[in-house]
Write a protein that binds this ligand. Structure first.
Ligand SMILES: *[C@@H]1O[C@H](CO)[C@@H](O)[C@H](O)[C@H]1NC(C)=O
Ligand SMILES: *[C@@H]1O[C@H](CO)[C@@H](O)[C@H](O)[C@H]1NC(C)=O
Ligand SMILES: *[C@@H]1O[C@H](CO)[C@@H](O)[C@H](O)[C@H]1NC(C)=O
Ligand SMILES: *[C@@H]1O[C@H](CO)[C@@H](O)[C@H](O)[C@H]1NC(C)=O
Ligand SMILES: *[C@@H]1O[C@H](CO)[C@@H](O)[C@H](O)[C@H]1NC(C)=O
Ligand SMILES: *[C@@H]1O[C@H](CO)[C@@H](O)[C@H](O)[C@H]1NC(C)=O
Ligand SMILES: *[C@@H]1O[C@H](CO)[C@@H](O)[C@H](O)[C@H]1NC(C)=O
Length: 397
């Protein structure tokens, strides 16, 4: 997955001015959201949310994904978390705890209340997280140091899962330890996913080095731990078995590592032994996000053929939200509407926003604007003039 141009940009900005000036306000409690809902998870509609601010430094709201009609999002993946040796964990270019992300974390609570499962992602194109000096260390104390940083983010923001996007070499033992540790600490409902390039699932080109089939086998919980025989069965997947640590794979069918222009690559992955329900077909949401974009009508044709063959597939994943086609940065939720029409026609989510919640979100938004320290009041006027998110227009309860 690629770094967004905006994240490269914000890397050069100074810290927001609001750090020490937050007034008291009602906060949205970060309490566990209702997790049980009758909606079927399959087929999944998964979107990565990486770019959190526009090029003026104004926060981008994810709430259209539940406010706009005809969207049946199942999972939102907040990204990208990065671990680097001798540093604290980052979310893109900031600490995840920075006020910069108040809007992000206030909104993920609302998403969870609407029934969307909100997980995090660590890794991606930026190296460091899975190095031998960090999470792939053979030294236990080193692993513990960096794993604790990740676990703290999960607990603080009540993330319901973690996507491990390993795009640099990592050892087999290292990835197995990380998956098993997340499962042990957060339980079997914790949604562990990985994001291999599609070809890595059929013994072809890979970025992560380790063997996904062997990982799936090592991450399978025996029906009874007393039998001691973990019968590996990568063809069942979590949905069927309820005993897999890994819930599904966000396989990247783009960047030359597979395509959904036709059913062939997905079929090859299934032929290699993977359950079609376990495979979420990763797609670029815009040709601007990398090479290998498939337009919605071609994608529909592929999905129709795969569903005819397998009955159901794991779903579709999109990288990434902020500039998705066909609406682009002005209306990025339209991609999710198109995918819903392909995958889950007629299904949608309901947003409940009270006046009090709108006030809380608006306050958080004001704190999350990146103030450009080198700029004068002209910048503040620019910020103010830019399209604001109107949370009060969303009030419906
Ligand atoms: C911040 O200020 C610099 C210098 O004036 C300018 O080049 C840059 O575009 C500004 N960035 C944002 C996000 O406003
Ligand atoms: C991953 O790719 C490398 C070469 O780039 C290869 O040596 C290795 O066997 C591959 N691993 C798997 C599990 O396919
Ligand atoms: C990956 O692991 C599986 C199961 O252990 C094995 O059958 C397969 O040959 C391995 N693939 C590679 C490329 O090593
Ligand atoms: C794996 O699960 C499938 C579907 O339940 C079953 O048909 C198959 O026999 C299982 N394979 C093993 C090795 O247990
Ligand atoms: C997908 O293709 C099928 C078969 O051609 C068609 O009936 C359906 O309307 C299409 N769906 C979308 C959302 O384009
Ligand atoms: C957020 O800032 C805008 C513009 O300065 C202001 O009109 C609005 O009242 C603020 N919202 C809250 C909840 O303070
Ligand atoms: C929501 O934003 C407020 C600032 O308006 C902040 O104090 C609070 O920590 C944020 N909530 C979460 C869950 O981050």
């Amino acid at each position: 997955m690629n770094l967004s141009p905006f994240n490269a940009l914000v890397a050069t900005l100074l810290l927001p001015l609001f750090v020490s000036s937050a007034p008291t306000t009602t906060t949205i409690e970060n309490t566990p959201a209702p997790r049980s809902n009758a909606r079927s998870e399959l087929p999944r509609l998964v979107i990565y949310f990486q770019t959190t601010h526009d090029d003026l430094g104004n926060p981008i709201s994810m709430l259209p994904l539940i406010h706009e009609k005809h969207i049946a999002l199942t999972h939102l993946i907040v990204c990208s978390l990065h671990i680097n040796e001798d540093q604290d964990i980052r979310l893109n270019d900031y600490s995840p705890y920075d006020p910069h992300f108040y809007t992000l974390w206030n909104e993920t609570v609302i998403m969870q209340r609407a029934g969307v499962k909100v997980t995090g992602m660590i890794g991606g194109a930026d190296p460091g997280s899975f190095d031998t000096g960090t999470l792939d260390s053979t030294d236990d104390a080193t692993f513990e140091l960096y794993y604790a940083q990740l676990a703290q983010v999960i607990r603080t923001y009540d993330l319901q899962g973690m996507d491990l996007d390993v795009e640099q070499y990592m050892s087999q033992a290292g990835i197995e330890r990380l998956v098993q540790r997340l499962n042990a600490d957060f339980g079997e409902d914790f949604i562990i996913t990985l994001a291999p390039v599609a070809t890595a699932l059929e013994n072809s080109a890979n970025l992560s080095g380790f063997n996904y089939t062997a990982l799936a086998q090592a991450s399978h919980l025996a029906a009874s731990s007393t039998t001691g025989s973990a019968t590996a069965n990568k063809t069942t997947g979590a949905a069927a078995q309820g005993a897999e640590m890994i819930h599904f794979l966000n396989a990247q069918f783009y960047s030359g590592f597979g395509t959904m222009n036709s059913p062939t690559d997905f079929q090859n992955v299934v032929a290699a032994g993977w359950d079609p329900k376990f495979i979420v077909a990763g797609q670029l949401t815009s040709p601007l996000n990398g090479a290998g974009y498939t337009d919605a009508s071609t994608l529909n044709e592929t999905v129709v053929q795969l569903v005819a063959e397998y009955g159901i597939i794991g779903g579709i994943m999109g990288w990434e939200y902020f500039d998705s086609e066909p609406g682009g940065t002005d209306e990025p939720w339209e991609w999710a509407q198109e995918m819903t029409a392909i995958l889950r026609p007629g299904d949608s989510l309901a947003l409940t926003i009270t006046d009090e919640t709108a006030t809380t979100l608006s306050t958080a938004w004001n704190h999350s604007v990146i103030m450009n320290g080198s700029e004068s009041t002209a910048t503040e006027q620019q910020h103010a003039a830019a399209a604001r998110v109107d949370y009060f227009a969303m009030v419906n309860a």
